[in-house]
Design a protein. Structure first.
Length: 284
């Protein structure tokens, strides 16, 4: 089987699940243009806890891990089948690193289904989530990504979901398509590094805007998985989608081995959160 692409998706607001905008249209185009995988392995920013685990239930539940949003978002269900055999394959593939099988605790969170609602709207591709181990250093995630690389040769698409820039404390509600100067600088540095030397992605930690762009590591670490896969394979990752939302979110998406058209307009509006939802009630 041909090597499956790997993707990093800047997922932004959970409301992107329900909205048709420039970003979600691009995700839909990816879903039709890219080869169909036998299964998906998703690294979501929203399963960030103190262990490396992989969902292994046959029917993962749809997790609504947020509050303060419209009822339609809580009613959304993404009934993709699980893939217990892939979960076991992940455990074996990453050895001697350890990963545990989650038989009943997690499921698919909105970092996964807000994107897959557009990539694979029929929810018919078996899907497994890999947790982000919050106790491990950044170097661990790059190494784990490299160990996952052989799965791409076995029909598995590895999708990472986060945001290159993700600072909810600096959101500007009146600028749905805006970006701070530091948002742009850090995002552009990431785009250049991923294209030239993804294995050196940790150089971004030394960037002068890193503290503002990455106040917490949960949404940044998924990028490391795509970088590690690129370093282990094609040697580069292309920016497939670029743009900003609410001043302090980057919507950039990367592809590794993904032969799809680049959507490079900057500043187009993303889906916005309801104007009456204050920042403390978001979980993007």
């Amino acid at each position: 089987m041909d090597r499956m692409p790997a993707l990093f998706i800047g997922h932004g607001s959970p409301m992107n699940t329900l909205e048709l905008n420039r970003f979600t249209q691009a995700w839909r185009s990816m879903g039709t243009a890219l080869p169909r995988p036998r299964a998906l392995l998703v690294v979501s920013a929203h399963w960030f806890f103190g262990a490396t685990a992989v969902t292994a239930m046959p029917r993962p539940r749809t997790i609504h891990d947020f509050y303060g949003f419209p009822q339609a978002l809580f009613d959304f269900d993404y009934p993709a089948p699980g893939a217990p055999e892939l979960a076991q394959e992940v455990v074996e593939t990453v050895k001697p690193l350890w990963a545990g099988l989650d038989l009943d605790q997690w499921g698919l969170d909105h970092g996964t289904w807000s994107v897959l609602a557009h990539l694979y709207p029929d929810a018919d591709v078996p899907t497994v989530q890999l947790s982000i181990n919050a106790l491990k250093p950044l170097e661990y995630h790059l190494e784990l990504a490299r160990r996952l690389a052989p799965l791409r040769e076995r029909g598995v698409m590895i999708l990472s979901s986060g945001n290159v820039v993700h600072n909810l404390g600096r959101i500007r509600w009146n600028e749905p398509d805006g970006a701070f100067d530091w948002t742009r600088r850090f995002d552009e540095a990431a785009i250049a590094l991923m294209a030239e030397d993804p294995g050196a992605v940790l150089k971004l930690v030394e960037h002068p805007d890193y503290a503002l762009a990455v106040p917490t590591p949960d949404h940044f670490i998924p990028l490391l998985y795509t970088a590690g896969l690129a370093a282990a394979g094609e040697g580069s990752a292309s920016a497939l989608v670029t743009g900003y939302s609410l001043g302090s979110l980057s919507m950039t998406c990367f592809g590794v081995g993904a032969d799809v058209a680049v959507v490079d307009e900057r500043g187009a509006a993303a889906a916005t959160l309801p104007p009456d939802v204050p920042p403390e009630q978001t979980n993007t």
